[in-house]
Design a protein around this ligand. Structure first.
Ligand code: GA4
Length: 331
């Protein structure tokens, strides 16, 4: 079976719920969305060695991030002072995470993303900062990128997140679906402004374009996602009147910008072979390569969207190993 049963149930459940939330006129039932999304609070008590806190990182926009850290074995009940305790190791990766949900769904406190961020902490021996960016259609482009950028500046200026080795914050950007898209655009701003990002991790990133690709035609409606859904989310996110060749959606398309000669971070691009937008994801990896950037493409032929949310398949373990290697100091 291509889709493990639990994954099928999980994603089908989301699909069903999401179908109730999108209205044909482009509006969205946010109240029902919040009601249906299973959320978990931050937890100052360490669970499997990881504790978390919610922190407002920008008062103007009330931007919140959920921060996850490994607890000291001796401290059973960490408090906010422990959250801001300086890192005591030579090198600790700080992963800024952007959740998926096609720019419209989920938050930093959604149960699926809380679980994923906790896993990343344990796996990568990292601090994870999960950004509760503003969502469409209420907040369109460029709000999510602005929030990502605010989070990056905030992380970069925290002395307590600096690795001992060089007194620098070792920053990685990671995200799935819309989160993967945000990774690219925040990294582009970072390059222009001189903040160093060490690597980008894009899981099934949400890219697109005006043209209909072969994979979009072949896989339309086959594995949870239809082209019609995808188009709805782009219409909800892009500025009114813009088409899918807008650089937010199609970064290396006709209106895009080449990264040739730029000091862009290395990238890990993960593509599921049963995801209808894969042609755009492959084009993205190709665009990076053409511009002379360092990119590793992980193409998982038999994977569907959402495979990294449950540890019930080999692809999950492959990707987790790749991520931990990608952020390890000797890589
Ligand atoms: C729900 C769970 C994850 O957030 C996600 C979502 C995905 C997306 O945002 O790209 C989907 C949704 C999720 C299921 C149905 C389809 C695809 C939005 C949507 C309408 C990243 C995933 O894997 O499946």
């Amino acid at each position: 079976m291509v889709v493990p049963l639990n994954t099928w149930v999980l994603i089908s459940n989301f699909k069903l719920a999401y179908n109730l939330l999108r209205r044909p006129d482009g509006t969205f039932n946010r109240h029902l969305a919040e009601f249906l999304d299973r959320k978990v609070p931050a937890n100052a008590n360490a669970v499997d060695g990881v504790f978390s806190f919610d922190v407002i990182i920008d008062r103007g926009t009330s931007l919140l991030s959920r921060i996850y850290r490994q607890a000291d074995a001796q401290v059973s009940q960490p408090n906010i002072v422990d959250l801001e305790k300086p890192i005591n190791l030579d090198v600790v990766p700080v992963i800024i995470f952007f959740h998926g949900g096609s720019f419209a769904h989920s938050s930093a406190n959604s149960a699926i993303y809380d679980t994923l961020c906790r896993r990343l902490v344990g796996l990568c021996k990292a601090v994870v900062v999960s950004v509760n960016y503003r969502r469409a259609p209420e907040s369109r482009y460029p709000c999510a990128y602005d929030d990502g950028w605010t989070a990056l500046k905030w992380v970069n200026s925290r002395a307590w997140l600096q690795s001992k080795k060089d007194s620098k914050v070792h920053i990685y950007l990671a995200g799935d679906s819309s989160g993967g898209n945000i990774v690219h655009h925040v990294a582009s701003r970072a390059v222009e402004s001189g903040i160093e990002v060490l690597g980008n991790i894009l899981l099934n990133p949400m890219f697109g374009g005006k043209e209909r690709t072969e994979s979009e035609k072949r896989l339309d409606g086959k594995y949870f996602v239809t082209l019609q859904d995808r188009d709805w989310y782009w219409r909800a996110f892009l500025p009114e009147g813009e088409d899918r060749d807008h650089p937010a959606c199609n970064p290396f398309g006709p209106k895009g910008k080449s990264l040739e000669g730029m000091k862009f971070p290395k990238s890990l691009v993960v593509v599921a072979g049963l995801d209808l937008v894969q042609d755009w994801q492959l084009a993205y990896a190709e665009g990076l390569k053409k511009a002379g950037q360092d990119v590793k493409l992980l193409y998982l032929e038999q994977a569907t969207i959402g495979f990294y949310l449950l540890p019930n398949n080999n692809h999950f373990h492959t990707v987790m190993n790749e991520i931990s290697e990608f952020v390890s100091p000797n890589c």
